[in-house]
Structures are given as structure tokens and as C-alpha cells.
Design a protein around this ligand. Structure first.
Ligand SMILES: N[C@@H](CCC(=O)N[C@@H](CS)C(=O)NCC(=O)O)C(=O)O
Length: 308
């Protein structure tokens, strides 16, 4: 049985979401630390150029983006502890809300309040991923109070739900949806000195935070990036091939395509041969001289997929 390997760094909130899910799954996993900003030379052979965090590796199958990681995990036996089968659809829908609304607002607060404090190179890099092109420091600072109002409004919705149905989003058992909330609460409280005060009035969210924090991260062991590359080299991809999508937009299995996170110009295109496509997931075959063939998996939602 192949171990799960997470490529990440401790400060990454989106990696924290996956680490929380590992905790719910009581999962053993291997932890590879990657740099916080490019270059990431020991990650690129696995991801074909995708530079974001986290990335999950299972042998020579590589899962980019927390959505595609979530979908892979929920199909594992232990995944049922974090994704009750009957709730899977709602869990993923909530995951999209988490990324597009909750995380977006949170990251704006953290980055804006880090301006002039965190290294300029870091701010510039992250702003190119999360802010609109042409953003200015003044504009971000002027809109901070409105961003905070929106964030509180989002917390209010979640808090109401937890008061009525909690202590977990799904009722009596922890699940992915709790990690979707709590990685943002964690980010806010770890990295912004106003975080604790902002969250405090939302009592059901705070209770949920205590419960999710107590679950922990499962059982990680350290692995070097070189060892992770060797694992990929020693394996071939095991994920299925095929096309299972009604509307294909002209795509055919075996053709060259490129994939990029939607809505940013600073994420590179990842190119490879279309291996698999269904309503939620797309995978390409990608060959790197150092490690041979890997299959790289992305979510369909949120990604720009183009024929070459
Ligand atoms: N849609 C992606 C977003 C991932 C993302 O933006 N992660 C942040 C870290 S929390 C990142 O990649 N930052 C830049 C980096 O690590 O190079 C996902 O859900 O995994």
C-alpha cells in the first residue's frame, strides 16, 4: 500500500486544511517540506510547473490543488471518516465556497495587514496570485475595512448554521467542511494580531475550532524531496485513463493540452497529454527526464483547460 505524501510548508493555510483532513482520517502520511516561494526545483518534475501548495503524491500520481486532493482522499477507505458518502456533494460545494469566498477574503486581510512588515518579495509574489492586476497598496488598505465586514458576514452565516446543527458542519461528526472553515480561522489567528478578536464573537465557530484543533493532523513522518522524486521514478501512474464527460469542447484523449488556475496570469501553464477527464477531475500524462512518467491531476472547476 503506497503512503500518501504531502508536499507543503507549515505556514500554508490550504495545506493546513488537508492536514486537518488527515487528522480526521487518522492517516499516516509522509511530509515533504517545499519552499514558500519559487524556485521549487524539486517539486517541478512532479507537477509540470504547477507551483502552488499543497500537492499530494501517491507514487507516480500527483494531485494538484486542494480540491483534487479532497476528491482523491474521499475515495480512500479512511476518507469516509472525513467525507460521509451521502454528504460528499455538499461537502465539495462547501469547499468551493470556502475557496472562492472565505479564503479569498481571509488572504486579503492577511496580505494587506502584512504590507510593510513581511518581505516585499513575498507580498509581490502572493499579490500576483490573489489580487487583481494593477492593485495598489493604498487601494488594498482603503478596502480592508470592507473586506473585514464581508469576512464577518461570512462567519455569521457559518456560525448560524453551527448553532442550529453543530457542533460540526455536518452535525455530530467532523468532516471536510469543518476543515474548510477552520483553515481560514487558523490562518487569521496565526498571522494577524486582530484574528482572535474578530473570531471571538462567533461562539459556535470557536467551539468548532477547539474540536477540530484537538483532532490534530494524523501521523506524519518526514521525507526528503529527493526521496519523493525517487518514489515517483520507481512507480508508474495507477490512476485510470479515459473520457467520461458529455460535453467535451473538442477535447480527445491523447491530445496535448494545457491547464492553468483560472483568473490569474502569474500561474504557469502545465502542459501534457490528456489522460483522463470526468465531471470533476482532469489528468495529464507528463514526462520529466529525471523521473519519467507521472500523471498530474487537477480539478475541472476553477481551471482553464486549452487544446494545443
Ligand atoms: N486552488 C489552490 C490554491 C492553493 C494556494 O493558493 N496555496 C497557497 C499557499 S496556502 C500558495 O500556493 N501560495 C504560493 C506558493 O506556495 O507558492 C488549492 O486549493 O490548492
Amino acid at each position: 500500500m503506497l503512503l500518501l505524501t504531502l508536499h507543503h510548508y507549515p505556514q500554508s493555510p490550504i495545506a493546513e486544511k488537508i492536514r486537518m483532513v488527515f487528522g480526521m482520517m487518522e492517516q499516516e502520511w509522509q511530509s515533504v517540506q517545499i519552499p514558500r516561494i519559487p524556485p521549487k526545483p524539486l517539486l517541478m518534475p512532479l507537477t509540470g510547473g504547477y507551483r502552488r501548495t499543497p500537492v499530494l503524491q501517491i507514487g507516480a500520481d500527483i494531485y494538484c490543488d486542494s480540491q483534487s486532493i479532497a476528491r482523491r482522499l474521499c475515495n480512500l477507505q479512511a476518507g469516509h471518516r472525513a467525507y460521509q458518502p451521502a454528504e460528499k456533494g455538499l461537502e465539495h460545494i462547501f469547499g468551493v465556497f470556502g475557496e472562492t469566498v472565505l479564503f479569498n477574503l481571509t488572504v486579503r486581510v492577511i496580505l494587506t495587514s502584512s504590507m510593510g512588515v513581511a518581505p516585499e518579495e513575498f507580498i509581490q509574489d502572493r499579490a500576483s496570485l490573489y489580487f487583481e492586476p494593477g492593485w495598489t497598496v493604498d487601494e488594498m488598505k482603503n478596502t480592508l475595512s470592507s473586506t473585514l465586514l464581508q469576512l464577518q458576514s461570512t462567519f455569521d452565516l457559518i456560525n448560524d448554521h453551527l448553532l442550529a446543527h453543530g457542533p460540526y458542519m455536518n452535525g455530530q461528526r467532523p468532516s471536510y467542511a469543518d476543515a474548510v472553515i477552520q483553515h481560514c480561522v487558523w490562518f487569521l489567528c496565526e498571522r494577524w494580531d486582530g484574528g482572535e478578536n474578530l473570531v471571538k464573537p462567533f461562539e459556535a465557530i470557536c467551539r468548532n475550532r477547539e474540536l477540530i484543533t484537538a483532532i490534530g493532523h494524523g501521523s506524519p513522518t518526514e521525507l526528503s524531496a529527493e526521496q519523493a522524486l525517487q518514489i515517483a521514478k520507481d512507480h508508474i501512474p495507477h490512476s485510470p485513463k479515459g473520457i467520461f464527460f458529455n460535453y467535451l469542447g473538442g477535447l480527445t484523449q491523447g491530445q496535448m493540452i494545457s491547464i492553468r488556475q483560472h483568473g490569474t496570469t502569474s500561474d504557469p501553464d502545465v502542459t501534457g497529454i490528456l489522460r483522463y477527464l470526468d465531471n470533476s477531475t482532469i489528468a495529464i500524462d507528463y514526462e520529466h527526464p529525471d523521473i519519467g512518467l507521472v500523471a498530474i491531476h487537477f480539478p475541472v472547476l476553477g481551471y482553464q483547460i486549452s487544446s494545443l
